[in-house]
Design a protein around this ligand. Structure first.
Ligand code: IMP
Length: 175
């Protein structure tokens, strides 16, 4: 197998600083924002993003999975960890690692829509438009990417490679 660097650590950090400034500007003056990370993939992106926010934030996590150990989405989203906090009347910023088919974001928006949040916005690190099945609105996006299976910076293949500081393209071929 081989990994080619697709988004360097430098490029990622520069973009996250820009995104943090944009989000801080949009929520300026708000009492609080609840940043909700979608586990497992978003934890590294969320950790870097929240440190670029100049806002009063609380952090929560939702556990969702749709892939098993494959590189194709099963389309069947399982919620295995729910929020501990009541979000009614609060601004919620859902943080995802990647929007691929859109199944996960759609399921999470449905889950949260009945909970009377003041607003629910989506911030995704990556977006792969080639494979989108559901029309989803991404309010904040770090990078749009081509149709590759990528790993690193929180994203895994069968549970591995999340710790890489860059995003790489994973392939089975030996180089
Ligand atoms: P969706 O539900 O198809 O939009 O996919 C969302 C989830 O699938 C993401 O949160 C990732 O965990 C996983 N995923 C989608 N594409 C990739 C990829 O290229 N690499 C690693 N994980 C991916």
């Amino acid at each position: 197998m081989a990994i080619d660097v697709y988004l360097s650590e430098e490029k990622i950090q520069k973009r996250i600083a820009e995104l943090g400034a944009e989000i801080s500007k949009d929520y300026a003056g708000e009492e609080e924002v609840i940043v909700v990370g979608v586990l497992n993939g978003s934890f590294i992106f969320m950790a870097d993003l929240v440190r670029k926010l100049d806002l009063p934030v609380q952090m929560e996590f939702l556990g969702a999975s749709s892939y098993g150990d494959e590189t194709e989405s099963s389309g069947n989203v399982k919620i295995h960890l729910d929020l501990r906090k009541d979000i009614s009347g609060k601004h919620v910023l859902l943080v995802e690692d990647i929007v691929d088919t859109g199944n996960t974001i759609k399921a999470l928006q449905e889950l949260l829509s009945g909970r009377n949040a003041k607003s629910v916005k989506v911030c995704s690190f990556l977006f792969k438009p080639a494979r989108l099945v559901h029309k989803v609105k991404i309010d904040y996006l770090a990078f749009e990417i081509e149709d590759h299976f990528v790993i690193g910076y929180g994203l895994d293949y069968a549970g591995r490679y999340r710790e890489l500081p860059y995003v790489g393209i994973w392939s089975e071929e030996e180089k």
